[in-house]
Write a protein that binds this ligand. Sequence first.
Ligand SMILES: C[S@@+](CC[C@H](N)C(=O)[O-])C[C@H]1O[C@@H](n2cnc3c(N)ncnc32)[C@H](O)[C@@H]1O
Length: 210
Amino acid sequence: MRTAADFNQFYEVADPWKIGQASFRDRVYRRLLRGMVHGRTVLELGCGEGHLTEVVFDEARTVTGIDISNVAIERAKARNLSNARFENSDFLRTSFEGYDLIVALECIYYLSPDEQEEFFAKIVREHTGRLILSAPIIGENKFRRYFTHDQLIATFARHGMTVAKFHNLNISRRDLPTTAAAIAVRIAPALLDWMPEPLIYQRLYMIRIM
Ligand SMILES: C[S@@+](CC[C@H](N)C(=O)[O-])C[C@H]1O[C@@H](n2cnc3c(N)ncnc32)[C@H](O)[C@@H]1O
């Protein structure tokens, strides 16, 4: 696992992943998640500086945002969001009990394969309800090993989780046709779910845990 010090190094600059500038990403997440979180109690794992807490989870009854970086958490707290509280903690050491919904957006691939197993086992042990998880499904790139769709589905099944739905989040731009596809989905985000799997960079999974 990457440590708090590793992530604090990323957060030496504000918004290291330029999340605040990714308006299309906000639009897609809002379209998929806002209705689902309305009036619910949400645990947001790896919340970073609280950008999605503010723009996607604003209609949740309450949001508890957890991040391993104390620097990110201080920035999240400075947003003064009326429905949110933020905690500096490793989410593998945080209780998952008592929430309607747990969201883990673009953060579990920082865990080692063993820690990912620990994460899913902990979710099943401590949470009943929905888990929303997003991650790259491109397999591997020069930075790290992510997931494939089939690997994720096998992992969910191994832990007895049921995938209710999944949605594509964005296109993996590599050449002219994938760039054209990326432009098309910007104009009409509803097209995303019609795009074939080899074109997809990240996918969002809505999982039921009994
Ligand atoms: C790429 S950022 C994504 C932030 C936010 N979820 C989003 O999508 O805008 C990943 C975040 O996960 C946090 N993170 C990674 N591993 C963690 C862990 N074990 N416990 C808590 N936070 C963690 C990092 O500090 C970082 O803020």
